[in-house]
Design a protein around this ligand. Structure first.
Ligand code: HMG
Ligand code: MG
Length: 297
């Protein structure tokens, strides 16, 4: 098993999408730049979704425009349909993320479509992306539970993950959207999904609502997962998942991986500084153990 873990920093998108106050484009762009300076090679920079549904992600084109293009750092953006795809491409996105759910009710609330309808929307996006050299990541939400349906059948998770992979997504990110999972359940889930999608193409995207995210990640790392989504300062939450708190904090993940001898090439001190910087911009302390334990002087 590789001793290297790829971290996908989702703070500028998943982290900020739920913030009630309007965050200036300059702050969003600076957050991405600071995260790149910490060593992240993939930073989710925004979302091309309806501004009526998620006002905070309006202006993602302006965020991309402020960032200097890089050949070594990937800046994926969320895209729900063909319209979002066109806008993302025009804004210069080279990597996009489509998002499906293993729960019918969550799909309906989040993107106003059944799971089946969502795949009808994704098909032309994947086709155009393949033609235009844009790579695609795919999310599956509610892999360990749903805010509306509770328990989710594992077969549903496997089937949605497999469909996304089959249609051309090069990475499948498995979202515990409301953070209800526990380690044994996470382990079983990853084992089952890995029978349908190669382990190397799987990412864990765990929210920390119930304080289980690091334990769940540990279980999945033991199974062989080597891609983890996390958010600086533990920012985050989904507007269509009431009570969903932040993503697992990037600095807590990096600390755990360091301790496990797994390499990330992330500068932890700089990451903690970034956590305090964004926390100050949002007017509250960072939501991570490490940032609090090692507050910069
Ligand atoms: P709809 O209302 O069903 O779609 O929304 P519509 O086609 O009828 O369009 C409605 C309006 O939106 C129209 O404008 C469209 O032009 C516009 P109007 O005529 O009313 O002025 N519109 C758009 N505008 C900008 N960009 C677009 C776009 N498409 C249509 N791409 C839609 C359907 C999918 C657009 C909507 O439901 C939506 O934007 N949902 C986004 C929800 C979202 O972003 N959720 C958070 C991200 S997912 C998440 O956080 C989970 C994840 O982190 C993993 C995990 O944790 O599990 C990824
Ligand atoms: Mg999320």
């Amino acid at each position: 098993m590789s001793d290297r873990v790829k971290l996908v920093e989702v703070g500028p998108r998943d982290g900020l999408q739920n913030e009630p106050q309007t965050i200036p484009v300059a702050i969003k762009a600076e957050l991405v730049e600071r995260l790149i300076a910490c060593g992240f090679k993939e930073v989710e920079a925004g979302a091309f979704v309806s501004p009526k549904w998620v006002p905070q992600m309006a202006g993602s084109d302006a965020v991309l425009a402020q960032l200097s293009p890089s050949t070594t750092v990937s800046l994926p953006v969320l895209v729900p349909n063909r319209r979002g795809y066109e806008a993302a491409r025009e804004a210069g996105a080279k990597r996009i993320a489509i998002f499906a759910a293993a729960s019918q009710s969550f799909s309906q609330k989040n993107i106003n479509a059944t799971i089946e309808e969502s795949f009808d929307r994704f098909a032309p996006v994947l086709e155009a992306a393949a033609q235009e050299g844009i790579s695609v990541r795919g999310y599956v939400s509610c892999v360990l539970g749903c805010p509306y349906e509770g328990e989710i059948n594992l077969e549903k998770v496997v089937s949605v993950a497999h469909r996304l992979y089959d249609m051309g997504c090069d990475e499948i990110s498995l979202g515990d959207t409301i953070g209800v999972g526990t380690p044994n359940k996470a382990r079983t889930m990853i084992r089952e999904v890995a029978k349908a999608v190669p382990m190397n193409n799987l990412a864990c995207h765990f929210h920390d609502t119930y304080g289980q995210a690091l334990a769940n990640l540990y279980a999945c790392l033991e199974e062989g997962v080597r891609i983890i989504d996390s958010a600086v300062a533990g920012l985050g939450g989904c507007p269509y998942a009431a009570g969903a708190s932040g993503n697992v904090a990037s600095e807590d993940v990096v600390y755990m991986l360091d301790g496990m001898g797994l390499k990330t090439d992330i500068d932890l001190d700089r990451l903690i500084e970034t956590a305090w910087w964004i926390a100050k911009a949002l007017g509250r302390p960072p939501n991570s153990k490490l940032a609090k334990a090692r507050k910069p002087l």
